[in-house]
Write a protein that binds this ligand. Structure first.
Ligand SMILES: Cc1ncc(COP(=O)(O)O)c(C=O)c1O
Length: 390
């Protein structure tokens, strides 16, 4: 498989390219879609083969017998993350936005506070607000462009109504891989304030070769009575349309609470997602992810090096994820001025920093999981759009 193979997704009902014109006013004919977090790559052939077996058989009834799916998760977490997962702890949801919504519903009540370490994945705040809970923003500190915890600052913001903290590990946006010490600090903070810790680890396979991710369940095995883990195959293997994810709950009391919500909502698995995810968590899938990360490392280097030549612009050094987080604050322009240049000038659709909460203003998020040639093209367009700063 070559990650350089051109793939035209226009007209396939994909959000990234087919919703770009209505939302940004940018035509796919001359613009680059670098916003939605999915990749311009086909998944490994082992996933495609699993789908072909289904379509060859041609009967699409209810899914049953998830033992192979559970065994695949168990194998993946043990071999890739050194984490021993009991199949009884695993719930299958329709992705992790769905998983987050179910957890907010199961473990908090209307009016409760839910802590977000901002800037962070925008769907969290949408869910919390729509569910009638309160978003409590605990901003990250930026030190030399690297996101850091600010426990003292956070303590001062708490009202006592907080019931849950959502950790994004690795962090989106910015791609921080939290260290063992940082994970422990977050866990201790949750103990001190009696919070459920929801650890969204959807990006935990997309870690660059020089980095090491620790799953929260290993960093803080002692807080299993307040820890809920979320993992998925979808970001890793570019199968987000399959809408499948795992909520993993080791504590029997929390598990009961969660299974009550799942049952009350009538949630059961989508067979396409189950087959694809089972195939992905395999030796062949693992080899593909290793190749993917090598390729993304090349993209990251090209993108960062190109942007470093534009005065006042800096791409945060990614430790994980393919979501480059670019700081334009050094240009002295407002976010609106930067957006104008990037969208009208360079004709690139990105995610705007302010939508990720406090601390995101003045940044844009660029998805660099595309052909290297597109990364080069994006750098050229941005260089031109900010040429007057040279
Ligand atoms: C941290 C995080 N959680 C969840 C999701 C979305 O999960 P899903 O597609 O499974 O709903 C994303 C997508 O970018 C994400 O970055």
């Amino acid at each position: 498989m070559s990650f350089d193979t051109p793939i035209n997704r226009v007209g396939t009902h994909c959000k990234k390219w087919d919703s770009m014109e209505p939302l940004y006013g940018l035509s796919p004919d001359d613009s680059l879609a670098m916003w939605v977090a999915d990749m311009e790559f086909r998944p490994p052939s082992v996933v495609q083969a699993a789908l072909e077996r289904m379509t060859d058989h041609g009967v699409y009834g209810y899914f049953g017998d998830d033992s192979a799916y559970l065994a695949a998760i168990r194998w993946w977490m043990a071999t890739r993350h050194g984490w021993s997962v009991d199949p009884d702890w695993i719930f299958t949801t329709h992705g992790l936005v769905n998983g987050t919504a179910l957890c907010v519903d199961a473990f908090t009540k209307p009016g409760d506070g839910v802590i977000l370490m901002t800037p962070v994945y925008h769907a969290f705040a949408h869910i919390i607000k729509a569910a009638g809970r309160e978003v409590v923003e605990c901003p990250l500190l930026l030190q030399d462009g690297v996101a850091k915890l600010d426990i003292e600052g956070w303590e001062a913001r708490l009202t006592g109504r907080e019931k849950m903290l959502i950790l994004c590990s690795p962090h989106n946006p910015g791609g921080r891989v939290w260290t063992m010490a940082e994970l422990r600090t977050v866990a201790d903070f949750c103990v001190r304030h009696d919070l459920i810790l929801l650890s969204d680890e959807i990006h935990h396979d997309l870690v660059f070769p020089s980095q090491h991710h620790t799953v929260m369940a290993n960093a803080a095995a002692d807080i299993i009575n307040r820890l809920v883990m979320m993992t998925a195959t979808t970001k890793t293997f570019n199968i987000a349309g399959a809408h499948i994810g795992n909520v993993i709950v080791a504590d029997p009391g929390l598990r009961k609470q969660f299974s009550n919500r799942i049952n009350a909502m009538g949630i059961s698995p989508n067979s396409f997602g189950m087959h694809m995810a089972t195939a992905a968590y395999s030796r062949k899938g693992a080899a593909w992810v290793d190749e993917l990360m090598q390729y993304l490392e090349g993209n990251r280097r090209v993108f960062d090096a190109g942007l470093a030549l534009i005065p006042g612009v800096r791409s945060t050094p990614l430790q994980a994820t393919y979501l480059a987080w670019v700081d334009f604050t050094g240009t002295g322009m407002t976010e609106a001025e930067v957006v104008e240049r990037v969208e009208k000038g360079a004709r690139i659709a990105t995610n705007h920093g302010g939508s990720f909460g406090s601390g995101g203003e003045g940044f844009l998020r660029f998805n660099i999981a595309c052909r290297r040639a597109q990364v080069v093209e994006a750098v050229e367009r941005l260089t031109k759009a900010f040429a007057d700063l040279q």
